[in-house]
Design a binder for this molecule. Structure first.
Ligand SMILES: NC(=O)c1ccc[n+]([C@@H]2O[C@H](COP(=O)([O-])OP(=O)(O)OC[C@H]3O[C@@H](n4cnc5c(N)ncnc54)[C@H](OP(=O)(O)O)[C@@H]3O)[C@@H](O)[C@H]2O)c1
Length: 330
């Protein structure tokens, strides 16, 4: 198939482009060219999707058989993609499980769960998803909605208190790291290469048109175990110090935005519908191997942040330890 990708050099889309090429598809990516180069053999349309005078006619001329939009975030993006890809045979919108919200009426959460988007990012994703669903119902626009949960790889590693690379440095230096509420909350972490199996499997099947799928690792893990695997990979065990989600949020609402409502909770999503319709979606990258690859890439490319001694995490850890000592000493 002639496949158009909006994005292609990002965290998830890099793996999707690689798998599409391996499966023999003719791939064209639309990026501004600032986030890295595309693999040999992938065509590049260089431009900004927000420049509609360029984006819409350029994409229309291509007459793609299929497309995936990785950077549709606003209703304006939806209107532009509906116009630009109006002749496409299958269109996949990248949405997010965050559209569901921060409370579950049942577990595991299934695709028919009510949507209570908690942040503007998710409100806009819901609006976008509804545009594509309406276009499918009204005029047969061949849309599928894919909703990933936390997806990690070389361009994005995640721990319980957020998305950063500082914990790699801390573990390597033998410094403790924070976790929330004893780290017992369960979370789905999916490697980008496994996410690619889901995206490509959906795209290659007409039977998925009109459907919405969660794209999650069917095997959730406790955060303290996730941190433990990272320590195994880095060859050093450090103490995990507990702090409440609310304390972190009040300390820095921007940095810890995802902690109280998502990373501190057991928001479990079902992978069953995707595995039923795309049987090859069976994650094969172990957390150990996925983190080892990501850490090695980040370290060898100088992408692991420095962590000055006495930074915010050291201070929170010291105060938590002190409070514990005083409670236990009466
Ligand atoms: N990772 C997760 O855990 C997760 C979870 C749920 C949902 N999602 C969804 O996954 C999608 C992100 O996919 P990703 O991780 O592959 O993307 P990403 O890492 O955010 O990368 C963005 C890609 O899009 C290109 N791009 C960005 N702005 C552009 C613009 N204005 N015009 C043209 N190209 C542009 C970038 O290249 P240039 O910079 O060179 O333009 C790059 O190729 C989002 O829709 C997000 O909501 C991710």
């Amino acid at each position: 198939m002639k496949v158009g990708i909006v994005g292609g050099t990002g965290n998830i889309s890099t793996s999707v482009v690689k798998l599409l090429q391996e499966r023999g598809h003719d791939v064209t990516c639309i990026t501004r060219g600032s986030s890295g180069a595309l693999p040999y053999g992938v065509r590049h349309l260089s431009g900004d999707r927000n420049d509609l005078d360029w984006f819409v006619p350029t994409v229309q001329r291509e007459r793609f058989d299929a497309a995936i939009d990785f950077i549709g975030f606003t209703p304006a993006h939806g209107a532009a993609s509906l116009d630009a890809f109006r002749d496409v045979g299958h269109f996949v919108q990248t949405s997010t499980v965050t559209t569901v919200g921060q409370t579950a009426d049942w577990l595991p959460i299934t695709e028919d769960h009510p949507l209570r988007p908690p942040v503007p990012y998710a409100v806009d994703k819901v609006a976008l998803d509804r545009m594509y669903q309406a276009a499918y119902l009204d005029r047969g626009f061949p849309a599928t909605i894919v909703k990933p949960s936390t997806t990690y790889g070389r361009k994005r590693v995640v721990r319980q208190v957020g998305i950063d690379t500082r914990w790699i440095r801390r573990i390597r230096e033998g410094r403790p790291i924070l976790r929330v509420g004893e780290g017992t909350a369960l979370h789905h972490l999916l490697h980008v290469d496994d996410a690619a199996l889901g995206f490509v499997g959906v795209l290659e099947r007409d039977s998925t048109i009109g459907q919405t799928y969660f794209l999650v690792n069917p095997q959730p893990m406790e955060w303290s175990d996730i941190h433990g695997v990272a320590m195994d990979v880095l060859g050093r065990e450090v103490e995990q110090i507990d702090v409440s989600a609310e304390t972190l949020y009040q300390l820095d609402p921007q940095r810890f935005m995802m902690v109280p409502g998502v990373f501190a909770k057991n928001l479990l999503y079902s992978a069953e519908k995707l595995q039923r319709d795309v049987p090859e979606f069976r994650p094969v990258v172990s957390l150990h191997d996925g983190l080892a690859d990501a850490f090695e890439y980040l370290q060898s490319h100088g992408l692991v942040d420095d962590v000055p001694v006495g930074d915010w995490e050291d201070r929170v850890i010291e105060i938590q330890r002190d409070a514990r000592r005083r409670i236990l000493e009466g």
